[in-house]
Design a protein around this ligand. Sequence first.
Ligand code: CUA
Length: 368
Amino acid sequence: MVGCADEYPQSSINPHTDFAEVIHSLYVSIFWWTMLIMAVVWILLAWVLVKYRRKSEDEQPRQIRGHLGMEIAWTVGPALIVIAIAIPTIQAVFATQRPVSDDAMVVEVTGHQFWWEFHYPEQGITTANELWLPVDRPVNLRLASNDVIHSFWVPKLGGKRDLNPVPAVREGQDPKYNWLYFTPQQTGVYMGQCAEFCGQSHALMAMRVIVESDEGFDDWVDRWFASEGAAAPEVQEEAEDEAELQMAGVVQEEEGTGVQVAEDEDPLVAMGRDAFLNATCIACHAVEGTSAQGIIAPNLTLFGARKTLGAGIMENNQENLVRWIIDPQGIKAAAAMPGTDYAGGNWPATGLSDEEVGAIAAYLLSLK
Ligand code: CUA
């Protein structure tokens, strides 16, 4: 009964792409064939039970040893059933492996223990855990892994398809990738999950796919490049003289702290930016338009626009983010991020104070 509902976030019987529809129609047709076989078996069983039931106390059923007709029937019957299932299955395999159309948008998906990286070569964007796609435009996902095998699975959109580590190749040869090609047919938010056991926190490697209208997607791209640049004093410093900016009232120095605060900016956010950019955070994380350009951990540009945290495992809010920065490995075993008082991912403890953690969280949540 539970399986019959179609409004679950990760339902595979509620397809929203051409790819998922191929899988779904295969599933539905095989389902009805098995229903037909079940009906035939049950009717035969009922008929045998009635016809050959014991009619008197001393009656013995007729004893049969070896029956050529039956032997042939139960060999040929299942063989025909397997063939009947194989034909549409092979058709579906070819349909979901077909060549990509030229107008497809490429997104390079990289699996990490335990998060997702999405790189858009066309737009020059690298983001994490929340994949934005425009509706009705074919997308071609290039799947690879940074460590062990992961598997991309967003049941309403398509998959599962593995993300394999890409072995080094000789010069002039192309590395071999898995590709996943589909066209989202409806705007919405789709939940996905790593579907290949990849270590301690495999179960905590979720993702969200946000399918937007063309305008919504373009707006996201625009916001991506405008996000920090507009508000961050660091960037303005590059263009103009700091003292000039201070005179013009665009940035002011907060008394005694040395922290640059842009006009109309929450001092906590400014303090968080300062703490973030001066901590080891930036060795691994990037924020577009700032000096944070780390590439080995999730890119945090527009982080405040993300609805979830830690690869889809919890709501993205101040309270959870503070918990995460203090103790990521307590929330997600074997996460590569160091905590405030323990090392992680070859980096020492961050040693951030509670005040700094709160400010950094406020800063990251302001990025939207
Ligand atoms: Cu990644 Cu399981």
